[in-house]
Each structure stands twice: as C-alpha cells, then as structure tokens.
Design a protein around this ligand. Structure first.
Ligand code: ADP
Length: 396
C-alpha cells in the first residue's frame, strides 16, 4: 500500500544505523545513527524532516541502542507504531553459500547467520545483536535479512574458486563470496534502466571507504573483486586490498605479530590510511595540492590498482558497454574519475570535463557522445535497495 514503510537497519559492532523508507516512492522518512555503543559517551543522531536531534549518552549494548532509537521515533517522530511499518530489513554482510536473495528471518535463517560468524567475524555477530534488539521493539512485523553476498552467489565456479587444495577449501568453505552486492545489483539495474537495454556488459566501481569492482553481463555478475571477506581487491580507505598472502607468514614469523594484529593491520591500518595517515580522499587531495609526495604516490597506487581491475574485467567481459562510478569517492571525486578515464583513452573512453566536475546527487552519463563506452555516475542507495527487497518478501 502507498503508505507502507520499511525500517532498514545496518548494525555494526559498535553502531546501529537506521532509515525508515517508503519502498514504493523511495522516500526517506527518517534516519539516524547510534555510535560508540559500549562506551561511556555514545553519539546519537535522529533526523526527521527538518528536525535533527543529537545527543551524547551512555548506551551499554545494542538492546539499549534500539530502545533509544524507539524513544527518538516517539519523541521526534514519526511514531513507529503509527508508521505502518510492514517489515524490518537487516543488512547482513556474510550470507555464505546459502543465500542468493532476501530471506525472512525465522529460526532456521537466524541459525545460518550465526553459523556463518566464522566467515564474517567482524560483521555477522553484530548483525545478530541488531536483529535481537530490533525484534524487541517491533516484534509483530516480519524481519528480513538482505545479504551483501547474495548478488554474487551465482558467480561462475571458475570465478569464485580459489586455486587452493580442494579438500581444505571445502572443509572451511573458502571461496569468493564478494560483498557490496546490494549496491552492485542496484546500480547495474539503474544503468540498464538509464540506457534502456538489458543487453549490456558493465563494470561497476563501488568506491567508498570500502571499495569493490564487479563485471556484469545482462543481469548476472561474472566476477567481483572482494573475496572470502571484503579485504580482497581494490585499495581501500583502511584496507590493503590485494596483497601477497605470504605477507601474513612473514609478519607472523619475522615481525612476531599475532594473527589478530595482522587482521587489524590489513583491515584498518592500511590502504590509503596506511599510506598517508588519512582514509578520506578529500584530505589526500589537499595533501597532494600542498606538494606531499607520499600522498601523490598513494593516489597513483590507488589508480594503478583500479586500472588493473578495469582492464582485467574488460577482457573477461569480451568488451565493455558501460563503466559506472558509485559510492562516496565514485560520486564525489572528479579527480579519480578523470584520471582513470584518461588512462582508458587508448580504448576510446572519453568523458566530458565539465560534466565530470559535478558532485553527483543525481544519475548522469558523463561520457562524450563519441566515447567507445558509456561512462556513468549513479548514486548508490543501499537502503532503498534493501527496503525494496524486503517489500518484495513481505508483500507476498
Ligand atoms: P562507506 O564505505 O563508509 O559507506 P562511503 O561510500 O560513504 O563509504 O564513502 C566515504 C568516502 O567517500 C570518504 O572516506 C571519502 O574518501 C569519499 N568522499 C566523500 N565525499 C567526497 C568528496 N567530496 N570528494 C572526494 N571524496 C569524497
């Protein structure tokens, strides 16, 4: 129905982000975040229409966090009980081999998400806390899991299989699962709609703090850069992306680092942050302008990896029709778009310098009419994509 709403929840280890969405119109009705859960001074923000309420208070755990969220909906609006919430969508990072679409969270699905915790140790335990907490405040509506891995569940076997001893890979379920799938699916769908055809070979570059690339033919991905976990692939804000796995042996043997320390180093202290001290591209461009050579090299490393993936996917696709930028960097960083496309000029890629300068809150084609490939910027909207998927499940 027209006024049905979906509450979308993204629960991390120390935060809960939420949005109340209308899945049919795409309207964002309210949103907010509870951060630094478990610390003495948790930061809380709730936005409804023009009202933005922020506060700092101690929030012990996710249960208390969701109780605060419920209070804010009552106090600032709109009341959850009166908002016609027909479903709650939970973003889940690791769906393992089990899920290729959204799933109603019953006992069985809950147990599978739990079983997958070893494959998503940084995320799945936090998602379960989010589910428990949200079920407390909305016990009567269906809760649905939307998996970051689902879109890549049917990758070709040759793309998802690592050349690792088969028995070991099978025992520990080691394969490429991918991540950011909801975004790649949503953006590639928008591109088909903008260009008015399904018959496309696409590369989607989701460049945010986390970053991933995917190669898609018609409706199906044929490869993606994130792997068993979101660590593999492109250079990211704080993650290494591709690195020789033997580095782990070396740091363990020679550096006497523990596995947890190496995990922290690769997942949080590396990437652009490890190279420059900053994970935000805006800071890195400022350093480059000020003549900082390390920042300049970090940008070259970032672009070099990006170009390598685009070239590899172009070959896998056997040609390219559309190249699309999305997420924080993809939507807002004309420098990254310009430099990458300049390196692809030898393949006939050409973008319009002026159009490219925009910070995109809208979908746009930024290639020139004579470009060999359409180049687009499509703002991702993972919450809307989740809300739509949840609606498709609960509407039945
Ligand atoms: P997340 O992976 O956390 O969802 P986002 O997609 O929101 O990340 O992207 C956040 C990143 O986007 C920032 O760390 C920053 O590098 C980049 N970014 C945001 N705005 C700009 C901008 N105006 N110019 C360049 N980069 C930007």
């Amino acid at each position: 129905m027209e006024n049905d709403t979906i509450l979308v929840i993204n629960s991390g280890s120390s935060s809960i982000k939420y949005k109340l969405m209308n899945p049919e119109t795409g309207e964002e009705i309210a949103r907010g975040i509870v951060e630094q859960i478990g610390e003495a001074r948790s930061q809380i923000k709730h936005v409804y229409h023009d009202v933005e309420e922020t506060m700092v208070r101690s929030v012990r755990d996710h249960l208390e966090g969701m109780a605060v969220v419920e209070e804010l909906f009552e106090k600032i609006g709109p009341s959850l009980q009166e908002s016609h919430v027909v479903g709650v969508g939970h973003r889940i990072v690791q769906g393992g081999p089990y899920f290729s679409g959204p799933a109603l969270i019953d006992k069985n699905v809950y147990a599978l998400i739990e079983e997958l915790c070893p494959l998503g140790p940084l995320h799945n335990p936090a998602h379960l806390k989010g589910i428990d907490a949200a079920k407390r405040i909305l016990p009567k509506v269906p809760h649905v899991a939307v998996f970051d891995t689902a879109f890549f569940n049917h990758l070709p076997e040759k793309a998802y299989t690592y050349a690792l001893k088969r028995s070991v890979a099978e025992k520990y379920r080691i394969r490429r699962y991918g991540a950011h799938g909801t975004s790649h699916q949503y953006v590639s769908h928008r591109v088909r709609s903008i260009l008015g055809t399904d018959d496309l070979r696409q590369i989607v570059l989701h460049l945010g703090n986390g970053a991933s690339a995917s190669a898609i033919v018609r409706h199906h991905p044929i490869d993606t850069s994130m792997g068993l976990t979101p660590l593999e692939g492109l250079v990211m804000g704080g993650r290494t992306g591709d690195i020789d796995p033997a580095t782990v042996f070396h740091l363990y043997r020679e550096g006497k680092m523990s596995i947890d320390e190496i995990d922290e180093l690769f997942n949080r202290q590396s990437g652009m942050k490890g190279l420059t001290g900053h994970n935000d591209m805006r800071e890195i461009w400022k350093l480059i302008e000020a003549g900082d050579e390390q920042a300049e090299m970090a940008m070259e490393i970032y672009l070099h990896r990006l170009l390598k993936y685009v070239g590899a996917y172009w070959a896998l696709l056997g040609g390219l029709d559309a190249l699309t930028f999305t997420a924080g960097v993809g939507e807002n960083d004309p420098g990254v778009r310009w430099e990458l496309c300049r390196s692809l000029a030898f393949m006939g890629v050409k973008i319009d310098r002026e159009l490219n300068e925009e910070h995109f809150t809208r979908e746009a084609i930024i290639s020139t009419p004579d470009s060999s490939v359409k180049v687009l910027v499509v703002p991702t909207n993972e919450e809307l994509a989740i809300a739509q998927q949840v609606y498709s499940v609960v509407k039945l």
